[in-house]
Design a protein around this ligand. Sequence first.
Ligand SMILES: Nc1ncnc2c1ncn2[C@@H]1O[C@H](COP(=O)(O)OP(=O)(O)OP(=O)(O)O)[C@@H](O)[C@H]1O
Ligand SMILES: [Mg+2]
Length: 318
Amino acid sequence: MTGMADEHMSKPDFGQDGFFAVQGLSKTFTKKSWFQPASHIHALRNVSLALSPGRAMALVGESGSGKSTCAKVMAGIYGPSEGRVVYRGRNLIAGKRRADRKVLSSAIQMVFQDPFAALNPAHTIEHHLKRPIRLHGLEQSGLDQKDRISELLELVQLDPEITRRKYPHELSGGQRQRINIARALAVGAEVIIADEPTSMLDVSIRLDILKLLKQLKEEKNIALLYITHDIATARYVAEETAVIYAGQLVEWGPTAAVIDDPQHPYTQLLLAAVPQAGVPFNQSGDRSNGDRVRAAAALDNDRIIEISPGHFVRDCRI
Ligand SMILES: Nc1ncnc2c1ncn2[C@@H]1O[C@H](COP(=O)(O)OP(=O)(O)OP(=O)(O)O)[C@@H](O)[C@H]1O
Ligand SMILES: [Mg+2]
């Protein structure tokens, strides 16, 4: 690997006492079949990362790299094969207590890729916001409840009076995604894990949703994990960026450092695939180089190098 200054062998102390962190997370899926030996997919390998209130981290990688698996373990939807999920100093996985599960289901919220899937076509938007409030025992008296719903809709920049009576099919994809974000806020989300929240939306409104997430992060002090396969968008939202391939983080640090001074060949590959004005798409790298980089990036390698303060890269030789 070239161009590295200030080599350390130190491992990052990611989130030991963090607000919300995962430490040494691994997830193996086992496929069993009557006719063949069981096969194992190592979807996550020793992943550690930490989120802080009012800040965002982008988790970037290609399809199948383990982003959604990481999100689902963080949100308590999957249990990890190994590792810890720590929220305000408590290991939510080891605990498995009712109280811990309740924390996971309210403070840590996911926003999914498909804005329609999470909404029930038979119910109004008002119902969609009332229900999580009731399920989490957060309801207030009648009038306050109405105010609360108006407040939530205003937070996601929708007109409360018009929107509350509508059904999901009467809204655009972007508006529906705003409702999903409002639902996360309704139950008091402190951490939002947004798994490709704009990839199913019209290109013209993607930036608006990213701007909303960025604004909520800042104004509501939300800790945001923004998952994307589009590394260029990390810059809009996230102070930090982590790049994942084949279930392991290959490079992470301040977004500007990772994007402007990428060290790992896989990060360089992702950046080369970003379309640039005047450069025809797909002329930015040959396929055999991509294959070599991916093969090397998939290997287990415990050697982590600190390039500059907070900017880490996993050693990789091709
Ligand atoms: N429930 C599951 N059972 C078995 N294998 C799974 C399961 N979920 C994910 N995988 C496998 O784990 C790996 C990581 O998948 P994951 O969905 O986390 O990737 P991703 O980065 O979110 O991809 P995409 O960008 O396509 O959403 C893939 O090889 C996938 O096939
Ligand atoms: Mg995914």
